[in-house]
Design a protein around this ligand. Structure first.
Ligand code: PEP
Length: 256
C-alpha cells in the first residue's frame, strides 16, 4: 500500500495568538474548503496558539491537523513550565514533534528524553514525529547513517510495532535547518532509506513500509519536487516555508 504523504509545518517560536489565527485562516481558505484526502496536512504552532488554531480549523471543517512542537513525558505534577500529553490531547492534538534538533542542541534533550516522550505519546494513543539528523561534523566524518539510525533505535526503544506504526520519522540534517542549504535529493534519500531499513529491523518490513519518513531542512517550493520524487521520502517537516500560507500550500500541492 502506498504511503500517504504528510506535510507538517513547524512554526517554532513564531506567531502570537492574533497572528496564528490569521495564518491558520489563510491556510484554511485554500482548496475551496475541499481539502484533499491524499495528503495529511499538519501545523505545529506554539502551545498558546494550539487552541485558537484548532478552533479556526474546526469552525471551517478544514482537514488540517494541529500538533504540538514538544511535550513532557509525565502526565502532571511539579514540572514548572512543562506541558503534558493529556493537555495537548484535550486540545485535539493527535501528536507532537519530538526531539527536534533545536530541542536537542539548545535545551540539552537527550536520546533518552526523546524516548520517554515517544512512549508517553503512544501510550496515550497519540503519535510522535521523531526528528533525527546529523551535524556537519558527523557528515564530514562519514558516519551520518550510523549516527542517525542510532537516534532512531534510541527513540523507539521499548515501543511496540503497533504503536510505532502510526509514528513518523523526520530526517533533518542540522546543517540544512534554517540555513537555506538543502540536502540534495540523493543525500536525503540515502539517509531516509537507511532509516526505513532500521525501522524494518526494529518492527518488521510490513510496518516499516507503512511508516512515513519525512525530510526537513530548508524545503521550499523550488526544491520540493526533487525531494518528493525519492522513493523513501514521504513528505516534509517545514520550518521557514510554513510561516507563509502561500509557500506552505505550494508544498502541500507538491504532494498531490
Ligand atoms: C525545521 O525546523 O524543522 C526545519 C526544517 O526548518 P527549515 O525548513 O526552516 O529549515
Amino acid at each position: 500500500m502506498a504511503r500517504k504523504p504528510m506535510m507538517a509545518g513547524n512554526w517554532k517560536m513564531n506567531n502570537t495568538i492574533a497572528e496564528a489565527v490569521v495564518l491558520t485562516q489563510e491556510i484554511s481558505n485554500n482548496f475551496d474548503r475541499e481539502w484533499p484526502e491524499d495528503v495529511d496536512v499538519v501545523i505545529c504552532p506554539p502551545y498558546v496558539d494550539l487552541k485558537p488554531a484548532k478552533t479556526v480549523l474546526d469552525f471551517d471543517k478544514t482537514k488540517v491537523a494541529v500538533n504540538a512542537q514538544n511535550v513532557f513525558w509525565e502526565p502532571s505534577g511539579a514540572y514548572t513550565g512543562e506541558i503534558s500529553v493529556p493537555m495537548i490531547k484535550e486540545i485535539g492534538c493527535a501528536g507532537s514533534i519530538v526531539g527536534h534538533s533545536e530541542r536537542r542542541e539548545l535545551f540539552g534533550e537527550t536520546n533518552e528524553d526523546v524516548n520517554r516522550k515517544v512512549k508517553a505519546l503512544v501510550e496515550a494513543g497519540l503519535y510522535a514525529i521523531v526528528c533525527v539528523g546529523e551535524s556537519l561534523g558527523v557528515r564530514d566524518d562519514g558516519t551520518t547513517e550510523e549516527y542517525v539510525t542510532a537516534q532512531v533505535r534510541a527513540a523507539f526503544a521499548g515501543v511496540d510495532a503497533m504503536d510505532a506504526q502510526r509514528c513518523v520519522v523526520a530526517y533533518e540534517p542540522i546543517w540544512a535547518i534554517g540555513t537555506g542549504r538543502t540536502a540534495t535529493p540523493e543525500q536525503a534519500e540515502a539517509v531516509c532509506a537507511a532509516i526505513r531499513a532500521t525501522l524494518s529491523e526494529l518492527f518488521g518490513p510490513a510496518v516499516a513500509e507503512e511508516m512515513r519518513v519525512l525530510y526537513g531542512g530548508s524545503m521550499n517550493p523550488a526544491n520540493v519536487e526533487g525531494l518528493m520524487a525519492q522513493p523513501n521520502i514521504d513528505g516534509g517537516l517545514i520550518g521557514g516555508a510554513s510561516l507563509k500560507a502561500d509557500s506552505f500550500i505550494q508544498l502541500v500541492k507538491a504532494c498531490l
